[in-house]
Design a protein around this ligand. Sequence first.
Ligand code: FES
Length: 159
Amino acid sequence: MAEENILSEKEITEIREIYSHFPLKSAACIEGLKVVQKYHRWVSDKALKELAAILEMSPDAVDSVATYYSLIFRKPVGRHVILVCNSMSCWIMGYEEILAFLKGKLGIEYGETTPDDRFTLLAIPCLGTCDHAPALIIDEDLHRDLTPNKLEEILKKYE
Ligand code: FES
């Protein structure tokens, strides 16, 4: 029996629509990865291979694009991904306190997901909002001028 495809017709159509705007199919790689991630939360090996076939690229080439971008996830993640800025300004302005709060509150380390699948905790370099450090992103939302108390309230919004 043939193995079922990971990518749906809807995803494939979306990817084809994107690469129709690029001179080369391979130039749409990162956008294709984003489509896969939008539907699956992360990019599995199987999904990556299917995308590579659509873009007429080798799976290794697609994988190197995927691993270059910190916002493409090659391992399963929770419903919400917390990306904590670990660059200089945030370090100076309270990064360690924020990280300790998150680790304690969620009971996980960097690279881990809470047992209820609610949050994944990851680090990210400077978010470009150093004058409002410490900062982090949850999914696509930027949160700045953080304190543990403020973060406690913010986390409640992400079920
Ligand atoms: S160092 Fe964290 S936003 Fe720039």
